[in-house]
Design a protein around this ligand. Structure first.
Ligand code: IPD
Ligand code: CA
Ligand code: CA
Length: 255
């Protein structure tokens, strides 16, 4: 596996930790609660410079600076800091997410949590790893034995009400519990290694799930949109699971 993504994620992680020990300034990106900090920007610059040095012809899609299109089959999809709100409030749950896609299909996914020093990575067809150890999804086969994760997009209207309704329905299925970590990339990786059995979120951007989706599927999991339709980078919402509870989740999500 080409190590560029891992190197870039670790370098970005160092930058994020440097800012974590200080009081960073946050700017709003639209809604007052959709934040960007100096750490997001500095981490993204670092990742982009490392990737461009090695692959100057590849395209890039990054959260903070948008798209840089080249005539190439390859595209790097980067979320320099997933969990900015957590980071800003010093809640210890955030990561760097870097993926490489070829013609719209995932090849490499790397998610690095610099605080816990947990490096999740996968390469298409080669399985998923957490700090060099192979990971697999859980064996749980019913909602009533599962721990689920969910996310709320930066939207406090219809989508939020829908999510809250879905939460209630899952509680009626007697799930063991539900968690909202504040990092979509970690939600997917935690499902990949069996800490969660499933995860859904009604609106996301490609950089939130580009890497985590490959880490999940290479660990034996499944990811579709919330209607159960086939994964695509542009689907914009996700239902992810250990595969065994996928149908049950999709049913509840669409009731
Ligand atoms: C956010 C996180 C969060 C999810 C939001 C994302 P950001 O990404 O992944 O868990 O609920 O929808 O936008 O803004 O921290 O990179
Ligand atoms: Ca994100
Ligand atoms: Ca981000």
């Amino acid at each position: 596996m080409d190590r560029t993504a891992i190197r870039a994620a670790k370098e970005a992680g160092k930058i994020i930790l440097h800012y974590y020990s200080k009081n960073v300034n946050a700017m709003s990106k639209g809604n007052t609660y959709d934040l960007v900090t100096e750490a997001d920007l500095a981490a993204e610059n670092k990742i982009v410079s490392i990737i461009k040095q090695k692959f100057p012809d590849h395209s890039l899609l990054t959260e903070e600076s948008g798209e840089e299109i080249h005539k190439s089959d390859y595209c790097w999809i980067i979320d320099p800091l997933d969990g900015t709100n957590n980071f800003y409030h010093k809640f210890p749950m955030f990561c760097v997410s870097i993926a490489l896609y070829k013609k719209g299909k995932p090849l490499i996914g790397v998610v690095f949590d610099p605080l816990k020093r947990e490096l999740f990575y996968a390469e298409k067809g080669e399985g998923s790893f957490l700090n060099n150890k192979r990971i697999n999804v859980s064996n749980v086969n019913s909602l009533s034995k599962s721990l689920l994760a969910l996310g709320f997009y930066y939207e406090r209207g219809l989508l939020m009400r829908k999510t809250l309704g879905q939460m209630e329905k899952f509680f009626c299925e007697n799930v063991h519990g539900m968690r909202r970590t504040g990092s979509a990339a970690l939600d997917l990786c935690y499902t990949a290694c069996g800490r969660f059995d499933g995860y859904w979120e009604l609106k996301l951007n490609p950089w939130d799930y580009a890497a985590g989706s490959l880490i999940l599927t290479e660990a034996g999991g499944r990811i579709t949109d919330v209607q159960g339709k086939r994964y695509s980078l542009m689907m914009g919402n996700v239902a992810a699971s250990n595969r065994k509870i996928h149908k049950q989740m999709i049913k509840i999500l669409n009731e």
